[in-house]
Design a protein around this ligand. Sequence first.
Ligand code: SF4
Length: 316
Amino acid sequence: MKYSHLFGPVHSRRLGRSLGIDLVPVKTCSFDCVYCECGHTTRETTERQEFFPLREVLEELRTYLSSAPVLDFITFSGSGEPTLSTSIGDVICFLKESYPQYRVAVLTNGSLFWRFDVRNDLMQADLVLPTLSSVFEETFSRIQRPAPGIHVAEVIEGLIQFRREYAGEIWLEVFIIPGINTSRRELEGLRVAIEQIAPDRVQVNTLDRPGTEHWVRPASPAELERIRGALGISGLIPVEPIRYELTAGAPMTTEWEEAVALVRELIRRRPCTLEDITTATGLSRREILKILREIQISSGIQESQEERGIFFFCPE
Ligand code: SF4
């Protein structure tokens, strides 16, 4: 079966062996972040809707999960903001009722948590990973470039409210852009907000692959360490940098066509180096090079030379 809404599974740095669910079309989001790895937001909106028929997504899940694959998480992520989809609550309920053995995670920008229906839709997820990169409207707007009507004070209030209502785990991501949200004032503001939101852990992230804007540069390990110390000053909430370990697990598939589809879906969603693809899929470099050649012939691949190496990206 060809899957339109599922991708992977991949070895995720944060979530282990993870099957992705994408509920929104490329690239639909309430933000247009300067660091986004999926390129510019072409459809910036705060309107929730059912982008794809729910039955289509459930059918794909039934088929995929019928072979009882080993997964650490089933994760809502992909080409935009998953909470824009009004199907997300139904899909989570379906998974928890029909496949309770799988843990469900949601990667979200948190922009819609001020809405009761959005918070309510996520109640049955096991893990929610929202992002907050500044508490100041000016910096927030500069980094996240939100759709009209989204303000950082409401985003923070929504996250605080969600924490009160939600029993699962929250891992808050703070995305660091040196020179933009790294001043003492910025970090102190974030520290206070983190205490109010009270996530289970904070993960400090920085640019790892080409972002949307070329002026965004990654923070050095020393900068990340300073920031980790500043955000975790109280010691009550663990603060950790997201590490880019290149340790590939067992291959996700040994079937050639599945392997091609896996790599194609991976680089269609975000630029990856050879090492990234090896880590995510467990395939060897030789196999990946062969697959990249095949994708190049069938649909074309773009390359971009960056600090970390050559990134491959497959346009729509
Ligand atoms: S990083 Fe996430 S929230 Fe920001 S534009 Fe990309 S998909 Fe949207």
